[in-house]
Design a protein around this ligand. Structure first.
Ligand code: GLU
Length: 293
């Protein structure tokens, strides 16, 4: 029996230009995939029009290109995959795993912000569309993260009955991500540790949809000198596609890999970093930096 070939991905949301924290996730997922002689794909997660910044998908893709991070297939766009999400939604609904919910934020606030009843707390209001939530199972989801080690989460206690389709009719990140990772045959997910707490929800959804669970590796978040997540700090500046080498060197250093100082192109720097790279050398926890990125 042959093992499935490694297939990884980088899945940016087009909410702005590529910043240093996302570059670290992109380079990290690329390095691990290439180390395993695997494929590396890019998926544009543009399913949230209110949060989307016009032009940022194109800007992220051209910046990845300028940094020598070329995917093995043309990028897919979640905005074009509605039929796949609708199919998964129907499967979950027909299986009795979803319920419509008209609860307001205030009603949820009275329950600690979490919905855990497996049915709507508010009175149904046929005059407006509901959100659809998953009846969260009262069980512990356990998995082993390739970098962060063993993890366990009681889904109902931690995430509650989470949203699958929003009131506006938009698909949730959890649903779209699980459907796409499954449909694209992703065998390993490497991403930032801010998504570690989405993993239990995604594993539960994979089980309900009959999809395989990929391996997971969550990279430590890049934080600033005050310990704030980079994307929330002033250091969340876009990286410069016209001058990729300094930011690429810095991203590699963050990941615990050095490239040769005199490299003249991002491609050469990445190739030499790959020769020195082993997943075991990845940093496990966040460092803080006061440097200007
Ligand atoms: N689109 C998500 C983000 O940009 C990442 C999703 C994922 O890697 O699973 O934060």
């Amino acid at each position: 029996m042959t093992a499935l070939r490694y297939r990884g991905r980088f899945a940016p949301s087009p909410t702005g230009a590529l910043h240093f924290g996302s570059l670290v996730a992109a380079v990290g997922s690329w390095l691990v995939a290439r180390h395993h002689e695997g494929e590396w794909l890019v998926r544009v997660e543009d399913i949230d029009p209110p949060r989307e910044v016009p032009g940022s998908a194109a800007s992220i893709l051209s910046t990845l290109d300028a940094f020598g991070l070329a995917p093995d297939a043309p990028p897919v766009y979640q905005s074009q995959r509605d039929a796949l999400y609708a199919q998964a939604f129907e499967r979950l609904r027909d299986g009795g795993h979803l319920f419509p919910c008209w609860c307001s934020r205030a009603e949820l606030g009275a329950h600690g912000g979490l919905h855990r009843d497996g049915r709507c707390i508010a009175a149904p209001d046929p005059s407006r569309p509901p959100a659809w939530r998953l009846r969260s199972p009262d069980r512990v989801v356990a998995w082993r993260d390739d970098l962060q080690g063993p993890q366990a989460e009681n889904l109902r206690d931690v995430a509650g009955d989470f949203v699958i389709r929003r009131v506006e009719g938009l698909w949730s990140y959890q649903l779209a991500c699980v459907v796409d990772d499954g449909e694209q045959g992703i065998t390993h997910v490497v991403r930032g540790a801010d998504l570690l707490d989405s993993t239990a929800r995604q594993i539960a959804l994979q089980g309900l949809l009959g999809l395989p669970t990929p391996g997971y590796l969550h990279l430590p978040l890049v934080v600033d000198a005050e310990g704030r997540k980079l994307s929330k700090s002033t250091a969340a500046l876009p990286v410069d596609p016209a001058d990729p080498l300094p930011a690429l060197r810095e991203a590699l250093a963050w990941l615990g890999v050095d490239g040769p100082q005199p490299a003249t192109s991002p491609g050469a720097l990445l190739r030499s970093a790959l020769e020195r790279f082993a997943p075991a050398t990845l940093r496990r926890s966040s460092l803080t930096t006061g440097t200007t990125l």
